[in-house]
Design a protein around this ligand. Structure first.
Ligand SMILES: [Ca+2]
Ligand SMILES: [Ca+2]
Ligand SMILES: [Ca+2]
Ligand SMILES: [Ca+2]
Length: 401
């Protein structure tokens, strides 16, 4: 239940984007899972009579599957990230989905997440391997409730053990930036596909679509060339590499570590955006300056998500975090004397994903959220993001999960 002070629903924003999709009938209890592989990939899931710890476990394979990405089948919090064991499950990850439900991903080669980290659905957590008690590369996968392995369900249907299925783990990731026209930010979704799509919402027109990145890349928007309008980019978490799209082509920047989350901002205020990462295991940002040097800024907890924006309107991008369990932003700014201030703003509902952008074009970045269940953006509109007086504008855009 949302209780905004005042709700503003501009017809021009709502009308072109309002899409009603049929809701599939979900008979499975608890969380809605998709296959633990990127959108569009086909995998065969088998079990056997002596499958440990349960015949309800799934062994996933496809041709040449060693080092293929493994992604979260539903959003959750990482509770185990074992990258050292040579026995049993080998290197494995457990994701807690709440309500006593969890998923387990075993025999991984690489583990690219940290304990405590909040993981979005379809976000990469590691790669397929053959570590531990395994005789060949495969993903051992379990859906658990109250600690015991359950029959697996994907996309609202009970899994047929022994079948080959195509992953529909094809979620949208919400974003915003000034992509076109005047200063106000446009709403954007990154649709995870084999060739992902950036979709930019335009009032009264079909969304502008740009294909860039892959299903396991993480999207990032920034004004790489300093012309006042944001460009698209992606970060490949397995290799810690940015690919930034420019009018003249693309730039690659190796920065950060495997499993980092990308951020972008104009850290020095020269009008051109730089990149950075937030490392969940350290609960710290690492910002890259134009000369390649790095500044580290601890902020928030491992479970919080990174946000960026110019909260004070001084032309330099500031940092923040979003606690998805309480829907609370922590916004950090540094004043002219170099003193660091943080302020907290509660907005949205638990489970929402954070989105920041300058909704009104006053050069001060505002906060917002996207509700994955309804694909609804809620923009908190205020003179400053921490101002008590605010209105909420809602826009349905993207694909509900
Ligand atoms: Ca704009
Ligand atoms: Ca800059
Ligand atoms: Ca600032
Ligand atoms: Ca603003």
């Amino acid at each position: 239940m949302r209780l905004p002070l005042l709700t503003v629903l501009p017809a021009a924003l709502l009308a072109p984007a309002l899409v009603v999709l049929a809701t599939p009938a979900h008979a499975a209890p608890g969380a809605d899972h998709e296959m633990p592989f990127p959108c569009g990939q086909e995998w065969t899931g088998t079990t056997r009579s002596n499958h440990s710890p349960s015949t309800r476990s799934i062994d996933w394979n496809r041709a040449d599957d060693v080092d293929d990405p493994v992604v979260a089948s539903a959003p959750g919090t990482v509770t185990t990230a074992n990258a050292t064991s040579t026995k049993g499950y080998g290197h494995y990850v457990v994701v807690d989905h709440g309500g006593g439900e969890s998923t387990l991903y075993a025999h991984l080669n690489a583990v690219t997440v940290a304990v405590g980290q909040r993981l979005d659905q379809a976000a990469q957590l590691g790669t397929v391997g053959s570590t531990g008690n395994s005789t060949g590369a495969h993903l051992h996968y379990e859906q658990r409730a109250s600690g015991s392995v359950q029959t697996a369900w994907f996309g609202g249907a009970e899994f047929v053990y022994g079948s080959t299925q195509r992953s529909t783990n094809c979620v949208d990731v919400p974003l915003a930036a000034n992509m076109i026209g005047g200063a106000p930010a446009e709403l954007v979704v990154y649709r995870r596909e084999a060739r992902s799509q950036f979709q930019v919402l335009r009032p009264g027109k079909a969304p502008k679509v740009r294909r860039f990145g892959t299903a396991t890349d993480e999207p990032v928007l920034g004004d790489w060339d300093g012309n006042g309008v944001a460009n698209i980019g992606v970060f490949t978490p397995a290799t810690a590499t940015f690919a930034l799209k420019l009018a003249s082509g693309r730039t690659r920047i190796a920065f950060g570590a495997a499993g980092d989350q990308p951020v972008a901002g104009d850290w020095d205020g020269d009008g051109r955006y730089e990149v950075g990462v937030r490392r969940p295991g350290e609960a710290a940002f690492h910002l890259r300056a134009a000369d390649g040097s790095t500044t580290s800024v601890p902020l928030g907890a491992s479970s919080e998500l990174a946000v960026t924006g110019d909260w004070d309107g001084d032309g330099r991008t500031d940092l923040g975090t979003f606690d998805q369990s309480t829907a609370t932003f922590t916004l950090r700014r540094v004043d002219a004397e170099g003193v660091v201030w943080t302020a907290q703003v509660q907005f949205g509902e638990p489970g929402d994903l954070p989105v920041t952008g300058d909704w009104d074009g006053n050069r001060v970045t505002d906060v917002g959220v996207w509700d994955p269940a309804t694909a609804t953006f809620s923009e908190r509109r205020a003179a400053q993001p921490t101002a008590a007086r605010a209105t909420t504008a809602r826009t349905v855009f993207g694909r509900p999960r």
